[in-house]
Design a protein around this ligand. Structure first.
Ligand code: SF4
Length: 361
């Protein structure tokens, strides 16, 4: 992902937390339209009309000792259907990177389940994979590895890691309702270690996990203290078998107001509308850009299906925007298969009668 611009155009300043707490409640017309118009103008002034696309691959899946209530990869929850496999071999990871590059990725992100990547064998595997990826492709090398400490991150940086992703998941005041096996402060230590090492930092959260609108602002306040280059905003797609499986969706208007407020609080950051946009926003997901997002994800999520690149690109162009160019135009990351048609829109269409998205093999 790109580094965020370090200076803002004249006249653009982050809004205060007090203003954010007022605006996050603007979910009815015409306030929402005014809020989105303001956020869209900021996005346009700072980031132009380009939208970044990224993709991910799951290098180690399932069997996690943590209890994040939204996550199908926790070993504590039964019947999630998430695939379980150990860390992939370096050759396999490098092959995935080359495949992602061939599909057009400008960044390749290695994601692993589990508390952290600390076993010596896994670290060596990833170091070797990073070297192979650097030798064999031009993609930016990113990883999302759980709670990492500085020495291990420094080793990975020396092996070629360029960018690090870690979501804070939710506001500090709500985090204990979502996870009891690690702390909010451990997460902050992880992202600060990555920042201190000079890695490009991608750090965001998940909305719709039972938090209040004010707690969404609280999350954004913490994020802007951390000062990430990219802020991925996810929207809960309740996974079968997890404690949050039955949670009611937040409305599309709440999603859009949150995107707009995050944009106004962090004008310089690249703001990505990520997982769950399909099921929470349905046929209004194109409005994430009008609300201020300048990035999104193509292809599949870790354990659920996403949207094919061609559909995402068509949606972006229909908004008068353009995908941010890759080394080779018209190519974007994509891993696995995405369902066609209405299958992915079940949640917003009928909250009381929803079906789970297919879990990918
Ligand atoms: S989010 Fe990460 S740490 Fe939490 S249960 Fe899932 S894989 Fe484990």
């Amino acid at each position: 992902m790109s580094t965020a611009p370090r200076s803002l155009p004249p006249g653009i300043e982050p809004i205060s937390s007090d203003e954010a707490r007022r605006l996050i409640r603007c979910t009815t017309e015409p306030e929402l339209a005014v809020l989105m118009g303001r956020a869209r103008a900021v996005r346009q002034a700072v980031h132009g009309n380009q939208v970044s696309l990224c993709g991910i691959t799951n290098a180690r899946s399932g069997d996690c000792a943590e209890d994040c209530a939204f996550c199908s990869q926790s070993a504590r929850f039964e019947g999630t259907g998430a695939p379980v496999y150990a860390m992939r071999e370096p050759r396999e990871i490098a092959d995935h990177a080359r495949a992602a590059e061939a599909a057009g990725a400008r960044e390749f992100s290695v994601v692993t389940s589990g508390t952290r990547l600390a076993r010596e064998a896994d670290l060596r595997r990833l170091e070797e994979a990073l070297r192979l990826v650097a030798e064999e492709s031009t993609v930016m090398r990113c990883a999302s590895l759980g709670l990492m400490r500085k020495p291990e991150l420094a080793r990975l940086k020396a092996a070629g890691l360029q960018s690090f992703h870690h979501n804070l998941e939710s506001a500090r005041s709500h985090f204990g309702n979502v996870c009891s096996t690690h702390t909010f402060d451990e997460q902050l230590e992880t992202v600060r270690a990555a920042k201190e090492l000079g890695l490009n930092l991608c750090c965001g959260g998940i909305l719709g996990m039972g938090e209040t609108p004010e707690q969404r602002v609280e999350l954004a306040e913490t994020l802007r203290e951390v000062d990430p280059d990219c802020v991925p905003l996810n929207f809960l797609d309740p996974r079968p078998g997890t404690p949050l499986a039955g949670l009611h969706a937040i409305t599309a208007e709440e999603c859009l107001a949150a995107i707009a407020v995050f944009r106004l609080m962090m004008p310089a950051a690249h703001l990505f509308a990520m997982g769950g946009r399909e099921v929470n926003l349905g046929d209004r997901q194109h409005l994430v850009f009008a609300a201020g997002a300048d990035g999104t994800m193509v292809g599949n999520y870790l354990t659920s299906a996403g949207t094919a690149p061609s559909e995402v690109v068509a949606m972006i162009r229909a908004q008068g925007l353009e995908p941010r160019p890759t080394a080779e135009p018209e190519r974007w990351a994509f891993h696995g298969e995405a369902p066609a048609g209405e299958a992915r829109w079940n949640r917003s269409a009928a909250a009381g009668d929803r079906r789970a998205l297919p879990v990918l093999p």
